[in-house]
Design a protein around this ligand. Structure first.
Ligand SMILES: [Zn+2]
Length: 268
């Protein structure tokens, strides 16, 4: 019998609006509404106000909001800069520092990219491409993700933990987030490229980890087959819905295993 109640409560839970997905602006708006309405209800009958307040808090805790439609309301009417502050769908790539080297410059100097033969664009050096793919296979065969990444981060391999959810692959040490990728294949691509870049580019190890990560994620644009399943990667424009807002991204996704390889927010 004692398991009945939690199961009933579970039916009311909305994981898409609670926990990691909780929208802070929605919660604030709903708590404010609950306070106002409960206060008004205490005038005719004190217990009614208290009961309504308790019900509201339980609803907000379990369902993420009290008033139906608030996630849509905040997404539509709250300014984007405000929602961005609360947004938990963080883009994996860090904001560039003024001292950072531009990805395009580093990749050109390392002879990783070169002007294409036929079109006015940059193309990947074919020798680099084959070395990159060999390294990806090696990283996967050895299960070397933790070893490689802990060396790059200067961290203890045994303390490094991976966590995978939705469209994010996160590396943590003692709960602290050290890095985030779109997926495990995206991490594998980065580690394999880093192995080759540290051979090809003398100053690779002098670059900050964030700068390295910007260069590596930029390089993933050139990846046309998936490290994990070998299927084709296609890029398209998409709207990504997070807890608080929707945004336009260019997303490269594997057709075979559906892994997200790259996601870049479109800013106007
Ligand atoms: Zn794949």
């Amino acid at each position: 019998m004692s398991t009945e109640l939690p199961r009933t409560i579970d039916r009311f839970r909305q994981p898409e609006y609670t926990g990691e997905n909780r929208c802070t602006p929605c919660t604030i708006v709903n708590v404010a509404i609950a306070v106002v309405v409960s206060t008004i209800l205490t005038f005719p009958a004190m217990p009614l106000g208290i009961a309504f307040f308790a019900f509201s808090m339980a609803a907000i805790y379990l369902r993420g909001y009290l008033v139906p439609g608030t996630p849509w309301f905040t997404k539509t009417y709250f300014p984007d800069w405000l929602l961005r502050k609360f947004d938990k769908h963080e883009m994996p790539t860090a904001t560039p520092e003024p001292t950072d080297r531009e990805p395009e410059d580093v990749l050109s100097e390392a002879n990783v990219v070169e002007p294409c033969a036929e079109i006015d664009d940059l193309c990947l050096d074919e020798k680099f491409r084959s070395a990159w793919h060999e390294n990806m296979e090696r990283v996967m065969a050895d299960g070397a993700e933790k070893r490689d990444l802990s060396r790059i981060l200067g961290a203890d391999e045994s303390e490094l933990e991976f966590e995978e959810h939705d469209s994010a692959f996160i590396a943590r040490i003692e709960g602290r987030r050290l890095g985030q990728w779109e997926s495990r294949p995206a991490l594998i691509a980065d580690l394999a490229a880093a192995r080759e870049l540290s051979d090809r580019y003398d100053h690779w190890d002098d670059l900050s980890v964030d700068n390295q990560s910007r260069i590596l994620s930029g390089l993933r644009i050139f990846l046309d087959t998936c490290p994990e399943c070998g299927d084709n990667i296609t890029a398209e424009q998409e709207t990504v819905e997070s807890c608080c807002r929707s945004m336009e991204v260019v997303a490269a996704t594997c057709e075979g295993c559906d892994a997200r390889i790259l996601e870049v927010e479109q800013t106007e």
